[in-house]
Structure formats: structure tokens, C-alpha cells
Design a protein. Structure first.
Length: 224
């Protein structure tokens, strides 16, 4: 029974540490200052964001700024956790974008499922859309990830699938092209979109990053 499987996995996923104040890297007020709506920045959402930042090692100011900037663009400031336009026309259909960083393609859904298995969570609902022949299952995976693993999938994609923490920890990347302040943002964006060139979104991603840097600068919980 997939409902029971999903419920059991969700219970394990949402278990919080006793001290919920631990490592509050990003606050609701900071997200609202860069354009996130109040109804998209509830208490449980902020707790989950900070848990994911902590568990996936996104815990220095550079990484947090890049991560929040990309999530702000991908999810339209947290208001669109699934892809809505032309879903069936996408090459990766039915594994359309889901989460704060839109997870796409079946291979990435499988990789995310494998990531959770390492944490002891075996959730078949994440890849149920792979089971062909049942029309009512075509969007179950994307909707399920968006509803239950929106931050978790973004953290896994960032650190485990696209290895962006490794990219940002390599300080040599910051001196490759010192005359282009957007160089690192574009490198991150290339990793996110999975291509070899600008897909038309890079300027907007750069703008999101600049706004984030102006508003999320430092807190006592963030390491430099």
C-alpha cells in the first residue's frame, strides 16, 4: 500500500531534533526581505529549511547565499513547488520539476530516492511514476516530492547529486575570472540546469543572487 509506505517515510523524514533552535541559518524575515511571501514562510517550513542546510552541509555564507538565490528563482520565491507550464511537452515528462529546486528527469528522482535510502528512508512513492500504464500515477512522484520533500530534495540535489558544495569550497574558482563578478553564479546555474550554456535564465538568477547577498549577509550561526 503506497499510502502506508509514504506515511511511514514521512514520519521518519519529519522527525525533528529536540533542540529546534540549533543552527538557525536563515530566518523567515530574511526570506521575506528578498521577496518570499508570508504564506510561503511558515514556521515548519523555516525549521525544515534550516534542518536541510545543516544536514547537507550548506552552512557557510557563500553556499547559503547561492542556495537561497537558486531556490528563489526555481520556485518563484517558494510559491511554485511543481512545474505547471507545458508539463506533457517536457522531455522529462512525467518527472516534471518539483521542490524548491525543481527536481526533473527520472534519473534524478531515482538518485534522490537513493539518497534517502542512505538515511534509512525507503519511499517508493518518489519513483512510482516509473510504473507505466496507469494514467492516474503520471504526476504522483512530482506532486509527492513537492508536498513531502520540497527542501530535502533541494538539499540532496545541491550536495549529493550536483556536488555544488564541492564547487563552492574550491576557492580557486573565485579567481578564474576576477573581471566577471557573475562567473560563480553562472557556474552554479549550469550545474542546476544541467546544460552547457545559458538556457535564458542566467540573468534572472544573477539578479536573485545580488538581492540575496544584500539581505542575507551574516548571523552568529553561519560560518564564514
Amino acid at each position: 500500500d503506497f499510502d502506508e509506505i509514504g506515511q511511514a517515510a514521512l514520519s521518519a523524514y519529519t522527525k525533528e531534533p529536540e533542540d529546534k533552535s540549533e543552527n538557525v541559518y536563515v530566518t523567515a524575515e530574511q526570506l521575506r526581505s528578498i521577496g518570499w511571501r508570508e504564506d510561503c514562510t511558515g514556521e515548519s517550513m523555516i525549521e525544515d529549511l534550516n534542518r536541510v542546510l545543516r544536514e547537507y552541509g550548506i552552512n557557510n555564507i557563500k553556499s547559503i547565499q547561492h542556495f537561497i538565490a537558486q531556490c528563489s528563482y526555481e520556485s518563484d520565491y517558494g510559491s511554485k513547488l511543481t512545474e505547471k507550464i507545458g508539463e506533457k511537452e517536457q522531455r522529462y515528462y512525467p518527472f516534471i520539476g518539483a521542490g524548491y529546486i525543481h527536481l526533473t528527469w527520472e534519473s534524478n528522482y531515482i538518485a534522490f530516492s537513493d539518497c534517502l535510502k542512505k538515511k534509512g528512508i525507503n519511499d517508493e512513492m518518489i519513483t512510482i511514476s516509473s510504473k507505466k500504464g496507469k494514467e492516474d500515477k503520471e504526476f504522483i512522484s512530482s506532486n509527492y516530492v513537492a508536498n513531502n520533500y520540497a527542501w530535502e530534495s533541494a538539499g540532496c540535489f545541491w550536495t549529493e547529486i550536483r556536488k555544488l558544495q564541492e564547487l563552492l569550497k574550491d576557492n580557486s574558482n573565485y579567481t578564474v575570472n576576477e573581471k566577471d563578478p557573475d562567473y560563480i553564479v553562472d557556474m552554479v546555474s549550469l550545474k542546476i540546469v544541467g546544460g552547457k550554456q545559458d538556457n535564458g535564465s542566467f540573468e534572472r538568477r544573477r539578479n536573485r543572487y545580488k538581492v540575496v547577498c544584500d539581505n542575507i549577509k551574516y548571523s552568529s550561526k553561519i560560518t564564514i
